[in-house]
Design a protein around this ligand. Sequence first.
Ligand code: NAD
Ligand code: IPM
Ligand code: MN
Length: 364
Amino acid sequence: MSYQIAVLAGDGIGPEVMAEARKVLAEVEARFDLNIEYSEYDVGGIAIDNHGCPLPDATLKGCEAADAILFGSVGGPKWEHLPPNEQPERGALLPLRGHFELFCNLRPARLHTGLEHMSPLRADISAQGFDVLCVRELTGGIYFGKPKGRQGEGEEEEAFDTMRYSRREIRRIAKIAFEAARGRRGKVTSVDKANVLACSVLWREVVEEVAKDFPDVTLEHIYIDNATMQLLRRPFDFDVMLCSNLFGDILSDEIAMLTGSMGLLSSASMNGSGFGLYEPAGGSAPDIAGKGIANPIAQILSAALMLRHSLKQEEAAACIERAVGAALEAGFLTGELLSADQRHNAKSTKEMGDFIANAIREGV
Ligand code: NAD
Ligand code: IPM
Ligand code: MN
């Protein structure tokens, strides 16, 4: 099969981890006889520097012509002085999600064998492991609601965002969560703030309606504040966590860190027709960019999600996941996963990419 991928590496650690994902993809292409063509485009801060805007027309057209987008990360201190709508995040990433109606965001987090001691969880809790899928609504809620802006002057100046959800938007993401639960441990935890927010009251109502079509799946509701703490106390009790846009954003950083690092969490953002944008859940990590020490695994696992969900190449996706598991189980780790006294053993971004690519070549 032959595929066209738009590669948008972006800023900060984006290009560093993207290089490793490309290396790994080249190995699965050879092993599974895939023909993937890549076209690279500027996005985010680098696009502002080179073309004067974060999402140039050529980038958007390139994405439209592709079967999927492999995305790095955007943003950084260099562009934070710009008006909000012209910054990389709000000027490129959110418009891409909106343009392609990528309403369904999957962020899978599990505690890998070998990483039990790298998790900040208490030892008796991490010993039980966990495997959580965050299903996040990605094109609605307070991120996209209108009106949004500022008005007034002096001490009376105010800013406002609108949280808004339609039944249709809630229903389509809830269905995805229930379907995903069917293929897993059969449980959906819907995260909301129904004791305060009108959006959450509607969210609960619609989720209950959808649940009727999935009698084999258990549904529970939990408030977002409680969810953040129950995840620390008993992460193993959660299977699929269904979240609105903002709550899913917050919970996904938490579940990433529970696995040991932000650099492990992959993310698939999809519309209803198989098209998707695949990116690490973390950002451009300005604090470590340019040092060659970022963990490329989130980017590599995002490439695996792309193979699975948009390219329908399950075997190649599973092979990448096995190779990543092999690195982690072997204790082959980048520095942020190690305690200070172990950090002299840290592997570089490139060493990690090489290890995973080699594992694939050697038949993992
Ligand atoms: P961040 O995720 O970039 O960094 C948070 C922490 O996690 C940092 O200490 C960083 O070093 C660490 N980290 C993240 N990825 C890592 C990796 N692969 N390996 C090792 N450590 C890693 O979040 P932030 O600092 O809040 O944001 C930095 C910039 O990135 C901001 O401009 C933000 O808007 C942007 N951002 C972009 C995306 C995206 O493009 N999808 C996502 C989140 C944040
Ligand atoms: C993420 C990021 C984005 C979000 C930002 C960069 C707009 O944090 O993908 O988790 O909030 O969705
Ligand atoms: Mn986030």
